[in-house]
Design a protein around this ligand. Structure first.
Ligand code: BEZ
Ligand code: MG
Length: 542
């Protein structure tokens, strides 16, 4: 008896601990609490929050160590109120000086806001001083704002730091898949974006290279123009086949990188290795056999839009409710993205050759899809681009592989790299943002635009139902409770922006109508009434 009681206690403790961990995760999630207003410097409160975030990471480039979490609030307050010397003596160590010197410089730059001035000067055709493009927490040198953002030297991608960091990410994805499925995925589909790879100096690119089991090689001019295979014995796992769908922006900005990725696949496909440890080779040989094609065609893995084209349009189809069957969304993704980029064995470049069959074949083998998230400012439900890309490719895989892939996202912003499933990430975003009063009250301060942002979040969440069935019923129920069934809140929304309030009600009805939200009849009835009254309001009936 005693041992049974003990084990149920242990079980309870484990559950409580897991719950505790989840709560801490939501509590510590960095979220933006309002929109940036063009031309306006940050408020004191925003500034303090930002400085705390900056001070919570090690900054080896300026010799600064992160301030320990338990001292962070007080140390930053001391710095804000009494300056560097006071903050250093508060922490009792001269070694903490570099972090406050950094905060001082950020703090000064935050007071300067050149946005409106630069815009006016740009419109006059004058010179605008350049500045780096990056996430503010990752690289505070982006300040002051209002400069001409320059991107990156594509030959510097991936940077040594990005490549080193990405080994852990690639291994964590594979470990998670293996824990859930008992073996490694033979093929994965990755989404690569341009702006993200600018911000991280190519972490997404580096992750693809790691999965393939390759490393970048620099030439005499220190340009990354080639790759070499990491020996299997060193890699300690099979080489994963990687299908890369890259955005139009990535294709345009990172043309040499597109060539590098294609080169990596072709190098790996031709290694004299067992197909059980080299899934790229395995699949390429299978395809040569199956389609009687040559190796050049069977090794196409980098896909993007046709030259001059951008986007998947999956977001527009979802937003406008212009679709009937889910598979249409995946098919549209392939129609837009089935153009191959690379170089064949004779050295001939192909830049946007239509390759629908090759893409269908490559996606049919995919068992996991993945995208790297590298900023706290833009997450899964902030914009429609995550679901158009990661959702779009996952839906395309589902039909072609005849099974839904595992869908993962990484969080390479946190100090510890974290891999989450899509479902976990949607839950986290919902709790940390959409349903978090700190977030939505921050948005509502912006009036009309704020309500539109809330509605956007709900629609983007719906995008994850449409493309991946990744949204729990409670999400829609709590959205309805928070924004429409709370009379005071509904009143505020319809005052500020009845159009978005109406779209929100419509989207919830659509979620139910398409089978993504299983809900009681009376709740649905109440929702219909609210929807009708919003329609009356918009038509001017009172
Ligand atoms: C990109 O940076 O590649 C990108 C940005 C927004 C939407 C899609 C792609
Ligand atoms: Mg469901």
């Amino acid at each position: 008896m005693k041992s049974v009681a003990k084990s149920s206690n242990e079980e309870r403790d484990e559950k409580v601990f897991a719950l505790y961990e989840q709560l801490v995760e939501i509590e510590q999630r960095l979220i933006p609490t309002g929109l940036h207003i063009f031309g306006r410097p940050s408020s004191a409160g925003e500034k303090t929050d930002l400085l705390k975030m900056i001070a919570s990471f090690d900054r080896p480039e300026v010799g600064a160590r992160a301030i320990p979490e338990e001292l962070l609030d007080d140390a930053v307050r001391e710095f804000m109120e009494n300056g560097i010397d006071a903050a250093v003596s508060f922490l009792g160590s001269e070694e903490t000086r570099p972090v406050f010197t950094l905060l001082e410089s950020v703090s000064t730059k935050l007071k300067t806001n050149n946005e409106i001035d630069s815009l006016v000067r740009a419109l006059r055709g004058e010179f605008i001083e350049p500045g780096p493009g990056a996430d503010i927490i990752q690289n505070p040198d982006i300040l002051p704002t209002g400069r001409n953002t320059h991107a990156i030297n594509p030959y510097g991608v991936p940077s040594a730091a990005a490549f080193a960091r990405s080994e852990t990410v690639a291994n964590s994805i594979l470990t998670r898949y293996k824990n859930e499925n008992g073996r490694y995925p033979e093929a994965m589909a990755l989404v690569l974006w341009g702006l993200d790879n600018i911000k991280t100096q190519g972490e997404g690119v580096a992750q693809a290279l790691w999965l393939l089991g390759t490393r970048p090689v620099r030439d005499a001019l220190n340009r990354t123009t080639s790759v070499e295979a990491i020996p299997l014995a060193e890699l300690g796992r099979p080489r994963i086949d990687v299908v890369m769908t890259v955005s139009g922006i990535f294709r345009d900005l990172f043309s040499p990188t597109v060539q590098l990725l294609d080169k990596a696949v072709r190098l790996v496909a031709q290694l004299d290795e067992s197909v059980e440890l080299n899934y790229v080779r395995k699949h390429v040989l299978q395809q040569v056999e199956q389609d009687r094609c040559d190796l050049d065609d069977a090794a196409v893995r980098v896909f993007s839009n046709a030259p001059g084209n951008y986007g998947t349009n999956v977001n527009f189809m979802v937003m406008d409710s212009q679709w009937d069957r889910e598979e249409t969304l995946g098919d549209l993704f392939v129609t837009r993205k089935c153009f191959a980029y690379g170089r064949d064995s004779k050295g001939r470049a192909f830049e946007g050759t239509p390759a629908r069959l090759a893409m269908d074949r490559a996606l049919a083998r995919v068992e996991a899809t993945y995208q790297n998230i590298d900023t706290f400012e833009i997450g899964l439900t902030d914009v429609d681009h995550y679901f158009e890309y990661l959702g779009g490719v996952s839906k395309a895989v589902e039909k072609r592989a005849k099974a839904r892939p595992a869908i993962y996202l990484s969080d390479s912003l946190s100090r510890e790299v974290k891999i989450r499933s899509l479902e976990e990430t949607v839950r986290l975003e919902t709790r940390a943002k959409t349903l978090n009063p700190k977030w939505y009250e921050g948005m509502l301060k912006h009036g009309f635009r704020g309500v539109a942002e809330i509605e956007n979040h709900v629609s983007n969440t719906f995008g994850w139902s449409a493309t991946a069935d990744a949204v729990d019923d409670w999400v829609y129920t709590e959205v309805a409770n928070t924004f429409l069934f709370d009379e005071r809140m509904l009143e505020r929304l319809r005052d500020l922006n009845p159009h978005s309030a109406h779209s929100l009600a419509q989207r919830l009805l659509e979620a139910n109508g398409r089978g993504y939200w299983d809900v009681d009849k009376d709740i649905l009835e109440k929702l219909r009434e609210i929807n009708n009254s919003l329609e009356d309001q918009l038509e001017g009936v009172t």
